[in-house]
Design a protein around this ligand. Structure first.
Ligand code: FES
Length: 108
């Protein structure tokens, strides 16, 4: 299995590239690579909203539907936008190779 490459832009526009094994969540890939701005307090349980990211519009469909739990939790995130997602709820597979997200300026 080839690694999946994803890009994280921070709020200042600095881009960081991460490679992760298929099946890894976007949050876990970010934390393992020390991406600033992903706090992930609950460790991926979908219960904290501190792994909030903005998915670049052209990648929204590929990241899949938002489940009700994620939608509820996003209400606790700061500066929620139509392309907001919890990165722990996005699992990386080959079709997400090249995924681009932006981390918010703050998680709380
Ligand atoms: S890590 Fe807590 S909601 Fe994603």
């Amino acid at each position: 299995m080839a690694p999946v490459k994803v890009f994280f832009d921070d709020a200042d526009g600095v881009r960081r590239e991460v490679e992760a094994d298929e099946g890894t969540t976007l949050m876990a890939a970010a934390v393992a690579s020390g991406i600033p701005g992903i706090v992930a307090e609950c460790g991926g349980a979908g219960a904290c909203a501190t792994c909030h990211v903005y998915v670049k519009e052209e990648w929204l469909a590929a990241t899949g539907e938002i489940h009700a739990l994620e939608e509820d939790m996003l209400e606790f995130a700061v500066d929620v936008r139509p392309n907001s997602r919890l990165s722990c709820q996005i699992r990386l597979f080959a079709q997400l190779d090249g995924l681009l997200v932006t981390t918010p300026s703050t998680q709380a």
